[in-house]
Design a protein around this ligand. Structure first.
Ligand code: ADP
Ligand code: MG
Length: 698
């Protein structure tokens, strides 16, 4: 067999591989793997270090061993039996694993399907916690890999120290994937280097990097492998991040090349606008407004992100920008995610506009037909120049007379589609995006790298810091005492319950909003709390919110519908039940609902667990710091709560772990764009962009 086989390009289909027919190809396709490149980029989900595989006969003599320690063993299944536990009638599967030095009992609860997966005689690699059972040591609920079947032998597995494990994809077993990967690595042609020299330096080339990850050499550092921090990992992450940075850079360049509407403002007008305001702008607000004015008069299309902590006064800045457009004959729209918030902003704007308030129009989804017709007519004629609303604003029936500015509150809940809807109407307005939660710099760069940024890093004067406490549920009475004192002083109170899905099967019994309502009614008799949650109809929700906003109700009991935007300066205390159920940024956002007036305010979290994480809120009032911590703890996906947040789908890169790399890639991308991309690079970029599913961000 001395015949040299031809090399495969990475773009070749997986079907080029021996043994990959239509069935496998389809299973791969479902996992997003169509080419050899995709196959190689799907890295092992973990590595087993041969040195950590224990002899079963020595398990009870492991030095430093503690109950519940996780260990790895490799053996053959001798015996397999299904039973039912006597006490709670749970399905129980037991396997006896023998490795020649001894036998270990493996047990799984309520995983009856495993009886169909495992067979006596299977070679099994199992890793799980050891515990003392009735018959000695046993391993409970281990994860496992079937390494061989029917006496098949796994000698070839352990020629190296590290054994890579791959997830099973339908009919394609992990071991089969490993074989296919090895074959591909042996036969793939090294592609040209796409990365600019300053990025590629210090990293292995692509194929060598992939080899290092699919068959780590014995001297690899196990911790680095686990942390995805080897130079090989960083090489792959750089490819993704560089492609991403190029995409963002190109999009930005494209926007800057587009002519934007010039808003014909004058310095006099800008001074005049400030007459609308009941107070002096903070320095940060003034600076942000200056930046916006510069954009609106630049002849280019503005895409600006306005960031600031809760309560930093973003709404006011948005109002000024909108007023500038409205006073020069244009229309400006403010889009918000909820109707509660839309009404709230409308009330604020009405107060600010006073006798100009007829220029305001509120457009909501469920409006009466006649009212809606009238609103639409006023928008189409240009009579309405401040337009506030929810998604209804994007409906096809809406046509604008002179839409020049769109302000989006809470950007990440708005999709690309709505923006496209406006483009379809031939509109190319300026965009101001306000984020409700501060976004850590690394993420902001990644997500909004094509946006200019203004940051409100200063709170309006006279704010009192909010006293924050974390109480064990057993001490809840202290929280209610505090609420009582505040109510007696004439103030109002928020109580927040987590929204509970009845399907939810957590071990901790949760107090739901009904139980909390009962508690509040008996603790504060005669006070009749306003109760709001997500299942209420919009008008009912509005009525109940109004009761609280106008002071008719002294206590507002709510799920997180209040998270965004309610502004009730007389509310001075908030109690959050089951605080562990909330993200840190979400809690910080909730906390921002109090402390809006001059009186000292209090924020109390009731929680019996997770106190280490929640401490971050007691210790800091800085939204950016809290957001960074939240991001580190939960990762970008969870941080935003949705997939359509526009986060790119990286295979290897991680926006938190690789934030420094991202910064380098951005710099390199800027330089590369200045130099101009080669044809090859452009082609590579097109593939990468499609693969990363880079959502168009703005
Ligand atoms: P954000 O949207 O950034 O959370 P808001 O715009 O809702 O903050 O402002 C929070 C509160 O601060 C509001 O009650 C607002 O009227 C008030 N506020 C805003 N700017 C100023 C200012 N320059 N001076 C005093 N109060 C201000
Ligand atoms: Mg706001």
């Amino acid at each position: 067999m001395a015949e040299a086989l031809p090399l495969f390009p990475l773009a070749a289909k997986v079907t080029a591989l021996r043994g990959v027919g239509p069935v496998f190809a389809e299973a791969f396709q479902e996992a997003g793997i169509t080419t050899l490149r995709d196959l190689l980029w799907s890295l092992p989900y973990r590595y087993i270090d041969r040195g950590t595989v224990q002899r079963i006969g020595e398990l009870d003599r492991l030095p430093g061993f503690q109950d519940r320690d996780t260990v790895t063993v490799l053996g053959t299944i001798r015996d397999l039996r299904q039973t039912t536990t006597r006490v709670r009638r749970m399905a129980l599967l037991e396997a006896l694993l023998d490795d020649g030095t001894g036998a270990l009992r493996l047990v799984w609860f309520n995983q009856a399907y495993l009886a169909r997966v495992l067979k006596p005689g299977d070679r099994l690699l199992a890793f799980g916690p050891l515990a003392a059972g009735r018959h000695g040591l046993e391993m409970r609920g281990p994860a496992f890999e079937v390494m061989g079947r029917n006496g098949g032998d796994d000698a070839d597995l352990w020629v190296r120290r590290y054994l890579p494990l791959y997830r099973k994809l339908g009919p394609v077993l992990g071991r089969t994937r490993q074989r296919l990967v090895q074959e591909t690595l042996a036969r793939a042609a090294e592609p040209p280097e796409w990365l600019p020299a300053e990025l590629a330096r210090g990293f292995p080339a692509l194929l060598p990097a992939l080899r290092l990850l699919h068959q780590p050499p014995d001297d690899s550092d196990p911790d680095q492998l686990d942390a995805h921090a080897t130079p090989a990992h960083r090489r792959l992450a750089s490819e993704e991040l560089f492609a991403f940075a190029l995409g963002v850079g190109l999009r930005r360049a494209g926007r800057l090349a587009r002519p934007g509407q010039v808003i014909p403002t004058t310095p006099e007008l800008r001074e005049q606008l400030k007459d609308y305001l009941p107070f002096r702008l903070t320095g940060a607000q003034r600076q942000a407004f200056r930046e916006i004015v510069a954009d609106l008069t630049s002849g280019r299309v503005m895409h600006r992100l306005l960031q600031g902590d809760v309560g930093s006064g973003k709404t006011l800045v948005a109002f000024l920008a909108m007023a500038m457009v409205a006073e020069t004959g244009g229309q400006a729209a403010l889009l918000v995610p909820t109707e509660v918030l839309a009404r709230q902003h409308a009330a604020t704007f009405e107060r600010l506009l006073k006798d100009q308030a007829q220029a305001l129009e509120l457009l909501l989804g469920p409006m009466r037909a006649a009212a809606k017709r009238q609103a639409l007519a006023r928008i189409a004629s240009g009579e309405a120049s401040y337009i506030l609303g929810t998604h209804a604003l994007f409906q096809e029936a809406v046509s604008f007379a002179r839409l020049q500015l769109v302000v989006v509150d809470e950007q990440h809940r708005f999709g690309v589609r709505q923006r496209e809807a406006l483009k379809q109407k031939g509109l190319d307005p300026h965009w101001l995006v306000m984020s409700a939660t501060p976004i850590p710099r690394s993420l902001a760069l990644a997500l909004f790298g094509d946006l200019e940024q203004s940051v409100l890093d200063e709170l309006p004067p006279g704010r009192q810091p909010i006293t924050t406490r974390l109480l064990d549920p057993g001490d809840a009475e202290r929280a209610w005492d505090l609420v009582e004192r505040e109510l007696e002083a004439g103030h109002q109170a928020f109580v927040v319950s987590p929204a509970i899905d009845p399907q939810d099967e957590t071990q901790v019994p949760l107090r739901d909003i009904q139980a909390m309502e009962a508690l509040l009614r008996s603790r504060f008799p005669g006070l009749e709390p306003a109760v709001v949650h997500g299942r209420l109809k919009a008008d009912e929700l509005a009525v109940r919110m109004d009761r609280f906003v106008c002071g008719g109700a002294r206590i507002l009991l709510a799920t997180t519908v209040i998270e965004v935007g309610v502004d009730v300066p007389n509310a001075t205390v908030m109690v959050v039940d089951h605080a562990e159920r909330f993200g840190l940024s979400q809690l910080h956002q909730l906390r921002g609902r109090v402390g809006r007036g001059a009186a000292r305010s209090h924020f109390v979290m009731l929680s019996g667990s997770d106190s280490e994480r929640l401490r971050a809120l007691v210790e800091s009032q800085d939204g950016f710091r809290i957001a960074q911590k939240d991001l580190e703890l939960r990762g970008p996906g969870e941080f935003f709560g949705t997939r359509q947040a526009g986060l790119p789908q990286f295979q290897v890169a991680d926006l938190v772990r690789d934030r420094q790399l991202l910064a380098q890639c951005r710099e390199a991308a800027e330089k590369a764009l200045q130099r101009g991309l080669s044809e090859g690079q452009k082609q590579w970029l097109r593939q990468e962009q499609a693969r990363l599913k880079l959502a168009e961000i703005s």
